[in-house]
Design a protein around this ligand. Structure first.
Ligand code: BGC
Length: 391
């Protein structure tokens, strides 16, 4: 979208960038006008505007050998577009977002971003770690949500292109300073996005710290496999989970791990999202529909399928695989038609759903949940894969 007109500006930026990326690329001749090409996979780097403090934001346009594409910017590590084939082989953009940086800066419910340092909620923005109480920024009534007021979704990440034998990508890095949003420790975070030739968007997360700190990184993509032609209620969802974490009215887990059996939270068999979303069930009242963490049925740390979504009118299928123990299924209940996104699409109620792989919300305050504490000397490492096909 910024190609052509922005080439001049981009070129200057790329000259600087080339200096920094050459060590990770094979030869300088791969860089031609911001274009790096190898086989039929492609990485194109263009300008995507500037932040109010003048920082250049770049758009990485990735294309895999099958023609599938992903657009990723280094502001917020946001996936701004992602195309996937329908049953007739037509590629269409299946994520919500904006056409320009200004709209992302103005107002976004975390469209396509990486959220952190702690994705999801920490009750009252407080936790005790090694006997010391920490107070975090609160931005969701009395609670801390998705890293606080200026989380990882609102910062500019260092960026470099990435070639793999089976895909193309971008490596994004961010140093979150000691005390940022109230968190202890300098946290070095790296997120690698790879668009593979298996039609997957692979997200690899890594972090290290110099003081013990909670960490819970996730990708906050909003998907609509109809390309936003209608709401997401007809999408059929499977969740590989026997239990979920019930919440209170502020969407903070109570600490229980409840069985899904006999409730509208049971997605063990493929079920349309809209079938039970408005059932008279207390848990569904709290978030105005589905907005919960499911406890994945798996061996800790194993890469397993967490969710599968089938959209009958287009035949598109999305599978979510992860090493994480939980997944937040959020049905876009807070979208209300006030945000207008790409191509002037009005994002109406439930026009996108999120499947956020994660550790459970409020884990720093729940001794019975798997720990989210990263300590100096240890490395936080998780991987999530969004795999696309059609039938
Ligand atoms: C949360 C929702 C929240 C949304 C932000 C989701 O991850 O679960 O409660 O409203 O993010 O847009």
């Amino acid at each position: 979208m910024f190609k052509g007109s922005s080439r001049g500006i981009v070129w200057a930026a790329l000259m600087v960038m080339t200096m920094t990326v050459l060590c990770s690329c094979e030869t300088a001749s791969q860089w031609v006008g911001g274009k790096e090409a190898k086989g039929s996979m492609d990485i194109d780097v263009t300008a995507f505007g500037r932040t109010p403090d003048g920082r250049q934001v770049r758009l990485y346009s990735l294309r895999n050998a099958n023609g599938m594409t992903a657009g990723i910017i280094n502001y917020g590590a946001i996936v701004v577009s992602l195309t996937a084939p329908d049953k007739d082989g037509n590629l269409g953009d299946i994520v919500l977002g904006y056409d320009n940086l200004q709209d992302y800066i103005k107002e976004t419910p975390y469209f396509g971003a990486i959220v952190g340092r702690y994705g999801n909620r920490i009750g009252k923005g407080r936790f005790i770690l090694d006997g010391k109480e920490y107070t975090l920024a609160t931005n969701n009534d009395e609670n801390h949500l998705h890293g606080g007021i200026k989380g990882f979704d609102k910062v500019v990440w260092a960026d470099e292109p990435l070639w793999r034998p089976d895909g193309v990508g971008v490596k994004l890095s961010y140093l979150s300073k000691d005390g940022e949003e109230g968190y202890p420790g300098n946290l070095k975070a790296t997120v690698i996005y790879v668009l593979t030739n298996k039609n997957e968007l692979r997200v690899e997360y890594e972090a290290t710290t110099d003081k013990a700190t909670p960490v819970n990184l996730t990708h906050h993509g909003y998907f609509n496999l109809t390309e936003c032609r209608r709401d997401i209620l007809g999408h059929e969802l499977t969740l590989k989970a026997d239990r979920y974490t019930p919440v209170d009215a502020g969407l903070i887990p109570t600490g229980q791990l409840a069985s899904v059996e006999g409730t509208p939270m049971d997605f063990r068999k493929s079920t349309a999202i809209g079938d039970r979303i408005d059932d008279d069930y207390e848990q569904l009242k709290f978030g105005g529909g589905y907005d919960h963490n499911w406890v994945l049925t798996k061996r800790a740390g194993a890469m397993t399928m967490a969710a599968k979504v089938y959209e009958p009118t287009t035949g598109r299928v999305m599978e979510v695989w992860t090493t994480e123990p939980g997944i937040q299924f959020y049905a876009g209940n807070f979208l209300d038609g006030t945000l207008t996104g790409k191509g002037d699409t009005v994002y109406q109620h439930r026009y996108g759903f999120c499947l956020e792989t994660q550790h459970y919300p409020d884990s720093p305050n729940k001794a019975n949940f798997p720990s989210t504490i990263l300590r100096p000397g240890d490395t936080y490492e998780t991987t999530t894969i969004y795999r696309f096909s059609a039938k």
